[in-house]
Design a protein around this ligand. Structure first.
Ligand SMILES: C[S@@+](CC[C@H](N)C(=O)[O-])C[C@H]1O[C@@H](n2cnc3c(N)ncnc32)[C@H](O)[C@@H]1O
Length: 243
């Protein structure tokens, strides 16, 4: 592994490791991105910055369903994910960390709209990331997985979620934005526990340092009585209070 990659967080290394398979496991993220893009105003004079763009669900929905032709900045810390993001004359790819002040300084575009779908649950410092976003764009559209994702699974394992609680998310967002919130719940059914295990590992919904290891997860699924996984996503339409 190149030294630079090794320095990145476990979340990023997991996304890079499974980048080529991501599109087979992003069933819920794909639905979330479509709903988020449906909320966006289409304005080809504005520049859209997609934070944690991954393999391009936002861009694909913008061009397929919304006929977007403007400037698009694809921002992600995993170079492997960026390499599978669509490329085009109107797309600039930026490899950067949304936990870092320095990299945000490079994101200066007039009339920018910031979008982020299924990524900011991995912010290590939510206040820092949201404050940086609020300084870069006045119009912001976010979809963030909440701690109620895998709720019954976590209760069964008696562990707390590694991602933010919905009240913490709302409180932090309200410090930097005048925001409108909507919560959506999703379920994903599985034929067997092996498929459920594989999904949890490869979808990027549970990644990170604080999650169960493979053996613990396998044991847990023996005690888990549901044949589906639960997801909760907070959708946010916001105007920056800082810009
Ligand atoms: C679940 S994927 C979502 C990708 C895409 N937005 C979608 O809707 O399918 C989360 C993405 O966030 C990126 N990511 C996670 N932490 C990041 C960070 N600190 N800085 C930039 N990108 C990050 C990952 O590399 C991954 O591509």
């Amino acid at each position: 592994m190149p030294i630079e990659e090794n320095k990145k967080s476990k979340v990023i290394r997991e996304f890079s490791r499974f980048a080529k398979e991501y599109d087979n496991y992003n069933i819920i993220q794909s639905k979330v991105a479509k709903s988020l893009v449906d909320m966006l105003p289409i304005d080809n004079d504005s520049c859209i910055i997609d934070i944690g763009c991954g393999s391009g669900e936002v861009y694909k929905n913008l061009t397929k369903n919304r006929l977007f032709r403007g400037e698009f900045i694809a921002f992600d810390y995993s170079s492997e994910m960026l390499s599978i993001h669509p490329s085009s004359d109107n797309i600039t790819k930026v490899c950067g960390d949304f936990n870092s002040v320095d990299i945000f300084d490079t994101l200066s575009y007039d009339n920018a709209i910031i979008v982020s779908s299924s990524a900011l649950q991995w912010s290590e410092d939510l206040d820092l990331t949201l404050s940086l976003i609020s300084q870069k764009a006045s119009r912001v559209y976010l979809a963030i997985f909440t701690a109620n994702t895998f709720k019954t699974l976590h209760q069964t394992a008696q562990i707390s979620s590694p991602i933010y609680d919905i009240d913490i998310l709302k409180k932090s967002i309200s410090r930097y934005f005048d925001a409108r919130f909507e919560t959506k719940e999703y379920r994903l059914s599985f034929d067997n526990t092996r498929d459920m295990l594989r999904y949890i590992k490869r979808s990027g919904v549970s990644g990170g340092d604080k999650t169960l290891d493979y053996k613990q997860t396998k044991k847990l699924l023996e005690d888990y009585l549901l044949d589906y996984l639960e997801f909760e996503v907070l959708f946010i339409e916001a105007i920056s209070l800082e810009k």
